[in-house]
Design a protein. Sequence first.
Length: 98
Amino acid sequence: MGFFLTLVLLVVTLGLTWRYLGSYMAAVFEGRVHFLKFVERPVYRLLGTSPEQEQTWKRYAGAMVVFTAVSLVFTYVILRIQGSLPLNPQHLGAVDRR
C-alpha cells in the first residue's frame, strides 16, 4: 500500500507541475534561460569545449567509452566496499571476487 501511495503522490505532483517544469525545460534547451551559467562556464573550460561547438561522432564515441569505463569502475568499487557503507539495512557484505 505504501508503494501505491508514493506512486499516486508522484503522479499528482508531476501533474501539478508539468506546465511550469515543461516550459522551464523548453527555455533551457532553447537557450533563453541561463540559470546555472556560472557552473557551466568552468566545466566547458575544463573540458575544452563550448555549447556552440558540434560534437563529432568520434568525440561522442570517446565520451561513451570513458563514461562506460567510469561507470564500471564506480559500480565495482561500490560492490567491493558494500559491507562498510552506511545505509545498509540488510548488513550485506562485500561481493566476492570469484
